[in-house]
Ligand binder design. Structure first.
Ligand SMILES: NC(=O)c1ccc[n+]([C@@H]2O[C@H](COP(=O)([O-])OP(=O)(O)OC[C@H]3O[C@@H](n4cnc5c(N)ncnc54)[C@H](OP(=O)(O)O)[C@@H]3O)[C@@H](O)[C@H]2O)c1
Length: 305
């Protein structure tokens, strides 16, 4: 495993449609890819995303699951980076989750065919593996979405899998951390640490690397955009390098937050797995910071926000 992020260059001047730019990852991605010399077409459903168009970023307002809207989108792009999702957090309605996560992909594929776009980078989730009961999750782990979100992300992957003449990379993500990340258990842990409340964890002696810093993700997506076309479908997880024991995860958060919280270690509880992302590293050159560094940056990001 590689233990630090590296800076790579991408071919400048690619045009990239980025979805979900009112959201956490999409916003980071659009800015990162623009800074790397790409022209961005951002599709935003609601207000409050990139806010303005610039010389290299054009913002279009619309709903990806709306066929009429999507069939009027004709701007040519070299790549689609699909970061839009309905995680069920804000809108737990099953039908809406399916529409946002599945119909949007169908419409994006029709768009890709129309404008002869040859690359589709899909941000997926380790949730496509459902209640994984093994101890190491890799790209060959069984697929069965057990939540509406996981099932819809899997359905979207299965639609993408059937495409021809398109390079599809489906990146199965664990928790993503960085400025303005939506709440997940690491965020809740940090909140407790900041309030000097007791921190508890199950499986203290087991390992954890199920986190990616958004900068490593942006770097990787940017790298994938520069790869030559090969008409493949490839789906795989990514994670941080050098897993930490769960008890050390708590210690890193406590120490970085300068917290006085007491740590209580509980027993073992299933499921618990770490992520084997060697495929992404060896085949596609994914690099990341260590789990410790990802967590330290996460706390610093949150304290600075
Ligand atoms: N954040 C994580 O920890 C994490 C973990 C695993 C996987 N992922 C994956 O990473 C990607 C980015 O996640 P995120 O955390 O950035 O999500 P997020 O903050 O919830 O943002 C989701 C974005 O998708 C947009 N969207 C949803 N349905 C849409 C539609 N029909 N048309 C247009 N836009 C639509 C939302 O727009 P509105 O503002 O209009 O709702 C929002 O901009 C997703 O694919 C997610 O599954 C994230």
């Amino acid at each position: 495993m590689t233990h630090s992020s590296t800076t790579r260059s991408v071919a400048p001047g690619r045009s990239v449609l980025v979805t979900g730019t009112t959201g956490f990852v999409g916003k980071h991605l659009a800015k990162f890819l623009e800074d790397r010399g790409n022209d961005i077409l951002a599709v935003e459903r609601s207000a409050g995303g990139l806010r303005h168009s610039s010389k290299t970023t054009r913002v279009v307002r619309g709903d990806l699951s709306d066929k009429d809207f999507m069939s009027n989108l004709n701007a040519k792009v070299d790549a689609i980076v699909h970061a839009a999702t309905n995680s069920g957090r804000r809108c737990p309605n099953l039908q809406q989750v399916q529409q946002d996560n599945i119909e949007s992909v169908r419409n994006l594929l029709a768009y890709a065919t129309r404008v002869e776009c040859r690359q589709f980078i899909n941000l997926s989730s380790v949730s496509v593996h459902g209640d994984f009961s093994g101890s190491v999750l890799d790209r060959d782990a069984p697929l069965h979405g057990t939540t509406p979100y996981g099932a819809s992300k899997l359905a979207a992957e299965n639609i993408l899998r059937l495409q021809e003449n398109l390079d599809v990379f489906s990146i199965r993500l664990p928790a993503v951390v960085g400025s303005f990340a939506p709440p997940h258990w690491l965020g809740r842990l940090l909140m407790q640490a900041r309030q000097n409340k007791k921190l508890t964890c199950y499986n203290p002696h087991l390992f954890f690397n199920n986190v990616v810093h958004v900068e490593d993700l942006c770097q990787f997506v940017s790298h994938l955009i520069g790869l030559p076309e090969r008409s493949i479908f490839s789906a795989f997880p990514i994670a941080s390098a050098e897993a930490l024991r769960v008890r050390d995860v708590l210690q890193v958060i406590r120490s970085e937050a300068r917290s006085l919280s007491r740590i209580e270690l509980l027993g073992e509880r299933q499921p618990h797995f770490i992520i084997d992302d060697n495929f992404a590293r060896e085949r596609y050159g994914f690099t990341s910071v260590t789990t410790r560094e990802a967590l330290q940056r996460f706390v610093r990001d949150e304290l600075a926000a």
